[in-house]
Design a protein around this ligand. Sequence first.
Ligand SMILES: Nc1nc2c(c(=O)[nH]1)N[C@H]1C(S)=C(S)[C@@H](COP(=O)(O)OP(=O)(O)OC[C@H]3O[C@@H](n4cnc5c(=O)[nH]c(N)nc54)[C@H](O)[C@@H]3O)O[C@H]1N2
Ligand SMILES: Nc1nc2c(c(=O)[nH]1)N[C@H]1C(S)=C(S)[C@@H](COP(=O)(O)OP(=O)(O)OC[C@H]3O[C@@H](n4cnc5c(=O)[nH]c(N)nc54)[C@H](O)[C@@H]3O)O[C@H]1N2
Ligand SMILES: [Mo]
Length: 678
Amino acid sequence: MIVTVDTAAQKAVRLRGDDAHPFTNGFLCRKVNHYLERVYHSERLLHPLRRVGAKGEGRFVRISWGDAIDAVATNLKQVVSEYGPQAILPYSYAGTMGKIQGSSLDRRFFHRLGASLLDRTICATAGGIGCEVTLGAGKRAAVDPERSVDCRYIVNWGSNTLITNTHFWAIQHEARKRGAKIVTIDPFRSATAAKSDWWLPIRPGTDAALALGVLHILFRDGLNDQDYLDRYCLGGEELKARALAEYPPEKVAAITGLPVADIERFANEYGRSRELFGGPALIRLNYGLQRHGGGGMAVRTIVCLPAVTGDWRYSGAGALLSTSKEYPFDGPALERPDLIPPGTRTVNMVQLAEALHGELAGPPVKAMIVYNSNPAAVAPNQSRVLEGLKRDDLYTVVLEHFLTDTARHADIVLPATMQLEHWDIHSSYGHLYVQANPPAIPPPGEVKPNTEIFRLLAKAMDLEPELFAPTDEELCRLSMKATGGFQGITFDDLRDGVAKRLNLPKNWAPYAEGNFGTPSGKCHLFSPTEQAAGRDPLPRYVPPHEDPQTRPDLAAKYPLQLVTPPDPAFLNSTFVEIEHLRSQAAEPTVDLHPQDAAARGVADGAVVAVFNGRGRFRAKAKVGETVRPGVVVTQGCWWSRFTADGLNHNTLTSTALTDFGGGATFFDNLVQIEAITG
Ligand SMILES: Nc1nc2c(c(=O)[nH]1)N[C@H]1C(S)=C(S)[C@@H](COP(=O)(O)OP(=O)(O)OC[C@H]3O[C@@H](n4cnc5c(=O)[nH]c(N)nc54)[C@H](O)[C@@H]3O)O[C@H]1N2
Ligand SMILES: Nc1nc2c(c(=O)[nH]1)N[C@H]1C(S)=C(S)[C@@H](COP(=O)(O)OP(=O)(O)OC[C@H]3O[C@@H](n4cnc5c(=O)[nH]c(N)nc54)[C@H](O)[C@@H]3O)O[C@H]1N2
Ligand SMILES: [Mo]
């Protein structure tokens, strides 16, 4: 972002994309483009607040920083003396993904206190572990996306790329001009699906079955790159035997709901991309397919495909989930995990509802400190989370920009800086540049960076001053180890905000000659590690937790599969505060197929109730062929204040975990819909 500042007024007057940034190329996404409206929003929090109303009601009074920090320290000390430090739960995620404001002094603070650890599973762990099973420790499906213009068959698999990764869509668009075909696999006709050459409306949570069906066809028709398999892979024969024996197209069609002819055509085009379209294939797999009971297995299986076709040989081709692992940030130096007392329990953030209801092992949660996150809106099983946040015996502190649904339940709210107002350093999970974020303007009002808030808290809690002494710039410097992709790049090279490409070869292709992260360096199509752990050594289809095919009992009551991705106008629950983005999203809606609508007497535009055993909320019906029969989609994450019943789609989602990584299963829900009359 290039910010123009009126220096006399110390005010940012313009914000735009950076033309000199090779990947973002001068444009910002639809939300960040309006970031100045967040910065100067009339509801922005500018002072510490103390709650005076009931939890959730939103009545607060302004207090001084001194009083706020004293109050927090007094309460935390009391919790520690009565219940031990593990009764304190930190809760943070991706509000800012900066290394310094996201995970540095905050971690030191909680580690030193001996607070419960938080397993940050809400987004990416299922696919992370799924990748590691196949590709090896610390590895992700990664390519240089700028080189993907040379791909000629591009598959957006569970990825709403046009919306959630808009700069990569621009690259796909360019590849298409040069002859590429774009295919999207998604139960919902997302904006990406609508703009693709071919939309494959798969049944939710069945992607591993499709991938195994594709493998069946690749092996059956001799479309496998045997040389790549022989040199760089372990278990090609075993995978082949399983795919051929267990995943014939007819069976895969019955699981995925896709016609046999489409499965055959997709596998054939994918496997023969170079011959048919003149260039290699890329699978842009993303988070949509991970948010299901079998999400880890789905990723593990899909990332086998480029090894079988040999697409890993080509720069920009193969599969892309995340480039995040290419950044050798020195996490331990920032976070000091050595300070964690042995035996400290870990709470999975997906299970916040259980944690707040005292259902997890270990001491009850008596205090929670939330920053960079809005769990009241984004965590699953929202009604139970809200009930937990309303507990009178829970002390809640929230560091925020706005009075979010979570902040409204806080005892103390502490105002935090935004991106324009603090130092930070950023990796990416979608490209290969590292960048510092120098502040453009001073913080407004009494706002402070997260780091500074933890410095104040540490002092009030009598923790060792030297742990919290480094300035934010010093922390930035400390974060960069001169190894791997950071060789030849120092913080000083980044200070002015110019993005530097990681030190990787121009035609980077990480797995072109093997180099996987496994002990043998080979791609594990067959995983001895999984076998040793008593699990299936080969990929297989793991059905969703709530699947009409495997849970007919549940489907009798709740027959529809519900998918709950973010609205294109929002970033999870961020930007809901911006009025004109909110008006683009308009109101909570639910897409349903005309057959399912007719069966329920639901007309397009009617208000319906969407419900299951966990919750119920109202939405406006959008009847159309944007979903396959049996599937419904409601986009979020709305704030309670702006919905008819004070709830969003997470009142319907469950805290059940994924097969690998303990991830969230936001898109794995059975529901029923009924028309609301009167
Ligand atoms: N505008 C915008 N951009 C964002 C975000 C945002 O909230 N708004 N969030 C950011 C974050 S934190 C993340 S993690 C990424 C997420 O980026 P994406 O992975 O693109 O995110 P989603 O939109 O959640 O899911 C993608 C698609 O998967 C589909 N899907 C659901 N279930 C299945 C399934 O079983 N199989 C298949 N094949 N598809 C399925 C959904 O219908 C959806 O269209 O986006 C980032 N970018
Ligand atoms: N049903 C359903 N639920 C979902 C998803 C879904 O697709 N469907 N998506 C999931 C995904 S992919 C993710 S990543 C999670 C995201 O969950 P969260 O990380 O909680 O994301 P946000 O909703 O964006 O909320 C982040 C909050 O951090 C605040 N914030 C931003 N920067 C700073 C800062 O510097 N300091 C402080 N103190 N606060 C800051 C913002 O104001 C915002 O309120 O949600 C998950 N929840
Ligand atoms: Mo995410």
